[in-house]
Ligand binder design. Structure first.
Ligand code: A3P
Length: 341
């Protein structure tokens, strides 16, 4: 038996197993051998029970805020580094490791609350479902869907309001029609506008790792018009009892044009002015173009819902839509499909 110094050993190992160079953090609580070599101050409770995965601009901040009002639900502790969102499973934070992630969910003695985190870019991140599944195989996942065309426009307006040069120099129509030979920053903005809205594609990826029972889809239009109903449904999905009565905590604020938190009985506290922005309506030609652009994705979603396409019958997406009760196609999906020339 012969060995070599650790570094050399590692180099040889990764030469033989190049697919393992990129780490995938597994769940230390899934194997007693791993638990044994863990230090005593680590706990399996320092991980979230559910994730709000996005996509961006669908109402994720409103949902995060409403969930945080619940006495039995706690969000990750805030971080100066990441502000509200941890964004662990996508991007470079993943390489900060498990201890870094778990530090956002400190174990509190006698707490019966469950932890969650909301990172809106998880939804469309290529590696995210695989990574989430490796670490949190039993976690529940919550996503919100709105018209992908409106989502794209909302993202453009968001970027523009943040002073982004490209968004301020190019119209929305120019951004979404930018060609592959356009300058990179323009293509990047186009992609951030367009890619997250390919819902069926992203959902199928999540469903290749998670059973449909673990995924809950919220209609973003209902979140706006009737968040109380949405919050009731999500509590059922999370199996949280007794149910927290949101009717005494949320009220429609006519000035804001959205539901806001009730404070001191008669006042409301709304989300900041960067949520629920005022901006001109989308140009008709952009809307038509996007409805055509998303046609195949929207059709897959709607056909999965109505079970029209036999070849889609037993896909995980169909099972999911049946389970979450999307018996009725959401109005935004009907509109996007019916208006398509
Ligand atoms: P707009 O600002 O384009 O209207 P996110 O938090 O994921 O970035 O989503 C922002 C969107 O949440 C807003 O987009 C707004 O339409 C929507 N939203 C849903 N419920 C809301 C609420 N109660 N207050 C403010 N915005 C809400």
């Amino acid at each position: 038996l012969r060995t070599v110094p650790p570094l050399q050993l590692a180099e040889t190992y990764f030469k033989n197993y190049p697919e393992e160079v990129d780490p995938v953090w597994g769940n230390p609580c899934g194997d007693t051998r791993h638990k044994k070599i863990w230090s005593n101050n680590k706990s399996c409770d320092s991980l979230p029970s559910f994730l709000v995965i996005g996509p961006q601009k669908t109402g994720t901040t409103a949902l995060y805020t409403f969930l945080s009002l619940h006495p039995a639900i706690t969000s990750n502790i805030p971080s100066r580094e990441t502000f509200e969102e941890i964004q662990f499973f996508n991007g470079n934070n993943y390489y900060k490791g498990l201890d870094w992630y778990m530090s956002f969910f400190p174990v509190e003695s006698n707490s019966t609350s469950i932890y969650f985190e909301k990172s809106a870019t998880y939804f469309d991140g290529d590696l995210v479902p695989k990574r989430v599944h490796a670490l949190l195989p039993t976690a529940k996942l919550v996503t919100i869907l709105i018209s992908p065309a409106k989502r794209a426009y909302s993202w453009y307006q968001h970027t523009k309001a943040h002073g982004d040069l490209i968004a301020n120099n190019y119209s929305f129509h120019q951004v979404i029609t930018a060609s592959d030979t356009a300058p990179k920053p323009l293509r990047d903005l186009r992609n951030r506008c367009l890619n997250p809205g390919k819902y069926s594609q992203h959902l199928e990826r999540w469903l290749s790792y998670f059973p449909p029972q673990q995924l809950h889809i919220i209609n973003g239009d209902t979140l706006k018009s009737n968040p109380i109903e949405v919050m009731e449904e999500i509590q059922k999905f999370l199996k949280i009892a007794p149910s927290f009565n949101y009717t005494t905590h949320l009220r429609f604020d006519p000035n804001k044009g959205f539901f806001c938190q009730i404070i001191n009985g008669d006042k409301t506290k709304c989300l900041g002015k960067n949520k629920g922005r005022q901006y001109p309506p989308m140009e008709e030609r952009s809307l038509k173009l996007l409805q055509r652009y998303y046609l195949s994705h929207n059709t897959a979603l709607s056909e999965a819902t109505t079970k029209i396409l036999p070849k889609l019958h037993n896909t995980a997406l169909v099972k999911l839509l049946k389970r979450i009760g999307l018996r009725n196609i959401p109005e935004w999906l009907k509109d996007d499909l019916s208006d398509t020339p």
